[in-house]
Design a binder for this molecule. Structure first.
Ligand SMILES: Cc1cc2nc3c(=O)[nH]c(=O)nc-3n(C[C@H](O)[C@H](O)[C@H](O)COP(=O)(O)OP(=O)(O)OC[C@H]3O[C@@H](n4cnc5c(N)ncnc54)[C@H](O)[C@@H]3O)c2cc1C
Length: 464
């Protein structure tokens, strides 16, 4: 069976890794770009600063994924291990994440509004599931937290109003509200910091996130993997790929990790699948601020910060030089911030001004005290950044995925499968691995079809 993989991001490379591991010989991988890693790639600018396409934190829900990471960069030496320090910047102060556990840090009137909202939800008896993400937010967090943080923050991240989004993607990503805990933290003036699946994480010592995927690609047979090969058309009935340079390749089974909407546009599918489904997504502007001297004390240990307010365009800023000292040329006299701004069909961004707006936002929110701190900036535009879990997503998505499978095409990965809830690096990598298991040894593709299982804690307390 000849397996062809399209795309050299974590999903395509995960499939290639597993094929090599199982000793299957007949496969090839094609990537249109000139380096490995897809959205999880990294760039070194002319001045020697490293940048990711938005702050990448290595979550892992899987033992297998952890083992591969150990094999690639070593168990210890190739990594820097971090205890997450995530914060929220609002009301002119830093509050530890998750906000719901630390609302005693807010000004008294807002604390009371949030607390009252939480007490009110505990009185409610829900007779039906929420119909959209907005209703879910109000029902789970109460009106106060929704008004001051969850609604404005989520709009800034997703670029769509919560009424246009589903809530079933949430899984283990949002900390539950625990009234007793909130009260205890308020009474004893304590903070809760270490909630969630990524409270401990590791980051490559050298070469930022992209180093993982470059290293993996180096370990594969170089005859089978090809950069700078862009797919132009797919003839689904002859099972043949036409590349932009005019060459062709045949396949028995195809794993496509390119965005599903692009795949449909390239393939000669029959009606009703001949035009791309109207799936929603948002784009991401990534603005790197390369800075002189050292970070101020209040940023010197932070990992990333969320920004719900409208005094800045970004929703998240990563103190990227805290992830690895090698992300800047000289950690003794340089540091860096990486800012993310979303854009969608309903949330427009003035692209000509975005860097300037980010700098103003950094000054407004106290990240910078003066423009003179900036040595230079770095910019990347990611057209497909977040696959939106819109209300009609599953209804649009599942029939196309199923139809493609009947034709021997498996569309997988962050935008191949368009499922945000399983769209991180570990998930995408495992979608590739599980595709191979499915094709060669009839394994279940658990990640794609059962996100709620892979994202929940294993009964043993260990990873899957
Ligand atoms: C702003 C942002 C922040 C993120 N933060 C995190 C994080 O903190 N932690 C985490 O785990 N994940 C994070 N991610 C997600 C992570 O980047 C993805 O999980 C991962 O890159 C998805 O891998 P993939 O292989 O499915 O898709 P991609 O990485 O998109 O790879 C698809 C590949 O297909 C190639 N391709 C496209 N069209 C063609 C064509 N016509 N011919 C040939 N090749 C083609 C592309 O060039 C690309 O390399 C983040 C993503 C973004 C955008």
């Amino acid at each position: 069976m000849k397996i062809v993989i399209l795309g050299g991001g974590p999903c395509g490379l995960g499939a290639a890794w597993r094929l090599a591991e199982l000793g299957h010989e007949d496969w090839l991988l094609f990537e249109k770009g000139n380096q490995w890693g897809g959205l999880a790639t990294s760039f070194q600018d002319e001045d020697g600063f490293w940048w990711d396409l938005g702050g990448h934190v290595l979550f892992s829900h899987y033992c297998y994924f952890d083992q591969v990471m150990d094999t690639l960069l070593g168990k210890k030496d190739g990594w820097i291990f971090h205890e997450r320090e995530a914060w929220i910047r609002m009301q002119d102060r830093f509050i530890p994440y998750p906000l719901q556990n630390n609302i005693h840090r807010l000004p008294k009137e807002i604390f009371w509004e949030c607390f009252k909202g939480i007490v009110d939800i505990n009185k409610n008896n829900f007779e039906r599931d929420p119909i959209h993400f907005g209703e879910w937010v109000d029902a789970i967090f109460g009106k106060g937290l929704a008004k001051w943080f969850l609604r404005p923050y989520n709009y800034k991240v997703w670029g769509y109003p919560p009424e246009q989004m589903d809530w079933s993607w949430v899984g283990d990503r949002v900390a539950p509200v625990d009234l007793k805990n909130i009260l205890k933290n308020a009474v004893f003036n304590e903070d809760n910091l270490s909630w969630g699946p990524n409270s401990l994480f590791r980051f490559p010592l050298n070469g930022a996130t992209g180093a993982i995927w470059k290293t993996l690609a180096k370990k594969l047979s170089q005859k089978k993997i090809h950069l700078n090969q862009e797919v132009a058309r797919i003839s689904v009935h002859d099972r043949k790929i036409l590349f932009a340079d005019g060459t062709t390749e045949e396949y028995d089974v195809l794993l496509s990790t390119i965005p599903l909407t692009s795949l449909v546009r390239m393939a000669d599918l029959m009606s009703p699948f001949d035009s791309p489904p109207p799936l929603k997504h948002s784009s991401t502007h990534v603005i790197g601020l390369a800075l002189k001297e050292n970070p101020p004390d209040n940023l010197s240990t932070k990992c990333w910060i969320y920004f719900p307010e409208n005094n800045c365009p970004f929703y998240r800023v990563t103190v990227f030089s805290n992830y690895s000292p090698n992300n800047v040329p000289d950690i003794n006299k340089q540091w860096s911030l990486m800012c993310e701004v979303s854009e969608s069909s309903v949330k427009k961004v003035d692209r000509k001004r975005v860097i300037e707006d980010v700098i103003e936002g950094a000054l407004n929110t106290g990240l910078l005290s003066s423009r003179n701190e900036i040595d230079h900036t770095w910019y990347a535009f990611v057209e497909k950044g977040y696959p939106t879990p819109s209300l009609d997503r599953n209804r649009l998505l599942f029939p196309v995925l199923q139809h493609l499978e009947e034709l021997g095409i498996y569309s997988r990965g962050r935008f191949g499968a368009w499922r945000y809830e399983v769209g991180n690096m570990d998930h995408s990598f495992m979608q590739g691995v599980e595709f191979v298991n499915h094709i060669l040894v009839s394994g279940e593709e658990l990640t794609l079809w059962y996100p709620q299982i892979v994202n929940s804690e294993h009964p043993s307390g260990k990873k899957r």
